[in-house]
Structure formats: C-alpha cells, structure tokens
Design a protein around this ligand. Sequence first.
Ligand code: SF4
Ligand code: SF4
Length: 346
Amino acid sequence: MIFATFSAKELPRLFDLLAANTVVGPVKKGTDSAGRPLYDFDVVYRFQDLRLDYPATIHSAKRHFLPHRESLCTFTMQGNDWEKQVDYNIYKPVVFFGLHACDINALNKLDKVLTAPPYPNPYYTAKRRNMFIIGQDCQPQPQCFCRSMGTDTALRGFDLFLTDLGDRYFAEILSATAYQFLRKIATRPPTVKDHDRYKEVVAERNRRFTTTVDTSDLTKLLDLEFESPAWQQWGDKCLSCGTCANVCPTCYCYGVEETVDLDLTGAAKTKYLYSCNLIDFAEVAGGHNFRPQTATRLKYRYYHKHRGFVEAYEEPLCVGCGRCGEACLAGITVPAVLASVRARGA
Ligand code: SF4
Ligand code: SF4
C-alpha cells in the first residue's frame, strides 16, 4: 500500500480528470416523511453534486453493476435462421466515487461468487474489471454494525481510499491507475503529523459505532437453533415484500425470463434480481413450493448469509450496513433477529 496526502482543494480536480468516464457517486434524493435528506448512488456529472459527507444511502451501488433487470442475450429469427446477440457492456468504464468500506467489502464478497469457479458470471465480471473505485471514510450511523462483521475497514477491492482529515485527504493507493491519476494533481508523501491525524480521525470514527452484534460461534448457534421459536415470531411480522434483498449490497439471487415476440422474429433472455423472501422463490415446475411459509423463507435468508456462506467462503454474506433494517416496513433488523435467536425467542 502506498500513501499520499493532498489538499481538499485538489479533489474537484481529481473528479474532473476522472469525469471523462461515467462517474457514479452519492447524491441527495429528496427527503423522507420527517424532512430528513435521503441519499442514493447515481451518475454524477459535476463535482458539486457529489455528497461525500453522506451518512448512508438507501440502496447500495449494486444496481450499477448488478442491475435489477439485465439482458443476457437477444435473438433475431428469420425463417429457419436465427442469430444470437450478447452484450457484456465491457466498453463502459465506470468510476465509483465515495463508496464506504462496507460497500467495498460487499463487492469483495460478490466477487467470490460471481467472478470465480464454478459459475463465474461474465456480465458481472466484465463490469467489475472496468470499475475504478474510490473509497471514502464513513460516519457511523445507529443502524451500522459493520464492526461486528469485520467490514468497517477495506483492505482490498478499491483503487484509492480517502480519509478526510479536514483541510486535506489521506489517500491509500492500491492500483497503478490510481497512482497515475494522483500524479496529475498536487500530492505529497504523508508526514508523521499526517499519520497521527489519520489515526486520530479513525479512532474518533470507531468511537461513534453504537450497534453491535454478537457473532461469536454464530454458525454453530444457527445449527443449534434451527427450530428456535424466534424464526416463527419474526416470520409472523415479515410481509414477504423482498425489500431487504433489494437494498442489500450482497444479495445476488436472480431469476431468468424468456420472451418470444408474437410474430416470431425476435426473442430475449432477461435476468432479474429476486429475493428469497418472495412467496414463489422456491416454487418449481408443477407448482410445488419448497418454502411456502414466510418464516421458513426469512430463516433461510439468515442461514444463507450467516451459515451457508461462511461454510463456503469462511466469511458471512452480510457487511452490517443496516440497510435492510432501515428499509423494512415490519421493523425487522439483523441485530434484533440474531440477538433473539441467541436468546431463544424474540
Ligand atoms: S424482512 Fe422486512 S423487508 Fe424483508 S421481506 Fe420481510 S418485511 Fe420485507
Ligand atoms: S443483510 Fe442487511 S445489514 Fe447485512 S449487508 Fe444486507 S442489507 Fe446490509
């Protein structure tokens, strides 16, 4: 890792250098019913529209590399001939400006599933290779429990990571591309004073985390508590709406839809993200549903994230961003669910 510092005044220049590409970053998106500002990731054209001081976003940046609907291929048909068209979108580099550590770690987790054997996803992989990621230190929110999940710091999966030291930025440089871009603005090697200030800022941020989840022996606990009454209690509250998966940076389950034009001249195969909480998630041909009960579907979402994924990849599929709990109309949050399973009842 190489470190550098640069004046806050240089950041707009860095943005302008990168803006020849599509830039996606946090922007303000209206207000909630209490008048509080809402933020989300969107395409940004001007530096002044970026809100790098954002507390949290409603959605993760997922829709920009794992869109809700995505064409896998289309077909054109003429008589007995047909042709298949595939577009991996590899010609569009995208700069992600201002991802927090949790969202970078979410990408690292998705990479394990979607870029590696046995079933690498060429659409995701093509976009992932064309991403330039600038991370940004966060401001802990009441719903954040990333420290419990070990995802409050990103050690890989970004090109550049910035920590705001007030009048200047402390930059962690991980890629040659980032290094080359930084050569085009005024930077300097950090001094001992910069190191000390960086450590102060990080320590102050760490003090502001308030929510924790006891993850000790969690996989074993889940094995033991498979029949816990807590699952039914939470299942009774759940609306099976799928919102939690929609806002989650690590949910990647999907369905595939095939359509054929009525005049038989064209067809399309489209992938769309799905949620394991939706009622027909485990329905198969013939109409049998392996998980008809809401409580079972909710339980399996937790078992995938905190049990099955750990077995496969030695880490949970949750970064503790708290978005699912914030978005859930039934008030179901990961810390509350896991605490109740530990306590054998909600
Ligand atoms: S847990 Fe909440 S957000 Fe998720 S499906 Fe149930 S009601 Fe919807
Ligand atoms: S399960 Fe909830 S807290 Fe965990 S990564 Fe997904 S949205 Fe964030």
